[in-house]
Design a protein around this ligand. Structure first.
Ligand code: KG4
Ligand code: ZN
Length: 332
């Protein structure tokens, strides 16, 4: 019997320290330590994030290995997120992975975080066939890709400015909501109606833009506050519903166009914003209209996690795409 392929994966690109172990493409363990201190600063302070990764990485990796039921000597390779992300955060994961690779004398695998978000759709069954479309929506990125195979990702649309998650977080901040505001806007919007209309940006092709929406919301709120200083308090649910409605329609209009242009009918979501209830609901309605087959990873695999890094590393391992110890992380 062939020896199993056991890969330890580390994800530290932003503010979550995560580790996972996968055996022959089947997840054995998945651990994450979040950094709550960024709530107080209303956003991530990169140096604070790096220091927290340094403290958390050893216990998180140890827990992932212990939970997998394997011994560290059973590992076939160690993988880490190489890019994109905060450079200081990425360096903690990269350096830890290199140390393990060197001391255990096993290959090192460098993973692209955005490819991994898409491949989160392969952690559980059913898995998409190729080619499939994926709308990846997170706090740092928004893109539409065609997956021709596990390691052949073609970006056909991307944001020209803010990411969808940033649009949620930045508008939330100006409404006085704590960081990250996405989940809370989702929650408040469920008690509101999309009464206020914000215009959709006219952007060519399959690209997105969200910075204009943020400015529109700011100007709208400032105007209303001059008439009624309690405007935000009184209308918060409706403002949230209106902002969310516009963000979701911007995303899904482009996804619909991408499906029309490519003729692809297998469509997936990925990234933290894929947890948004309206996005999920409207995505399923659109899928019904066009008879798409849809895929959305479980919520714990939508937000940043190491299981998706492990899944991607598994495919890289099968093609012997190993990294040299001189590899360096890259923010973009
Ligand atoms: O994928 P992720 O965990 O981290 C990045 O790679 O960025 O995504 C985090 C983003 C944040 O902007 C957060 O506000 C947003 O996902 N988010 C949501 C929801 N849950 C998380 N946005 C809207 N509705 C949600 N339910
Ligand atoms: Zn991410």
């Amino acid at each position: 019997m062939a020896k199993p392929i056991n890969i330890l994966a580390i994800e530290s690109s932003c503010d979550d320290t995560a580790a996972a172990v996968i055996q022959d493409g089947v997840l054995l363990s998945n651990r994450v330590a979040t950094q709550d201190m960024h709530v107080a600063t209303g956003g991530i302070v990169p140096e604070v994030a790096s220091r927290a990764h340094l403290q958390q990485i050893e216990p998180v990796v140890r827990a992932a290995i212990d939970n997998s039921g394997l011994d560290v000597r059973d590992l076939s390779a160690v993988a880490f997120t190489q890019s994109p992300g905060l450079i200081g955060s990425l360096m903690v994961g990269a350096t830890f992975a290199k140390g393990l690779s060197l001391s255990l004398d096993i290959p090192l695998i460098a993973v692209h975080h955005m490819e991994a978000h898409v491949l989160a759709n392969f952690i559980d069954e059913p898995r998409p066939d190729y080619p499939f479309l994926c709308l990846t929506v997170s706090g740092g990125h928004t893109q539409i890709v065609v997956m021709h195979s596990a390691l052949d990702m073609e970006v056909i649309g991307k944001t020209l400015d803010d990411a969808a998650g940033e649009a949620f977080d930045k508008t939330g901040k100006l409404l006085g909501l704590p960081y990250p505001a996405g989940p809370q806007i989702d929650c408040l919007a469920q008690q509101g109606e999309a009464f206020f209309s914000f215009t959709e940006p006219q952007i060519d092709a399959l690209d997105f833009s969200f910075s204009g929406l943020k400015t529109q919301v700011l100007q709208f709120v400032q105007r209303e506050l001059r008439k009624d200083e309690d405007f935000i308090e009184k209308q918060l649910n409706h403002i949230c519903a209106s902002v969310q409605d516009r963000i979701v329609s911007i995303l899904l209009n482009k996804l619909e166009l991408a499906a029309q242009q490519t003729g692809i009918t297998q469509v997936a979501l990925a990234g933290g914003v894929a947890g948004n209830s309206q996005l999920r609901r409207d995505f399923h309605s659109l899928a019904e209209k066009h008879q798409w087959t849809t895929f959305i990873p479980a919520m714990k695999y939508c937000t940043d996690n190491a299981a998706m890094i492990a899944m991607t590393a598994h495919y890289l391992y099968l093609e012997s795409r190993f990294a040299d110890l001189s590899v360096t992380p890259s923010p973009r």
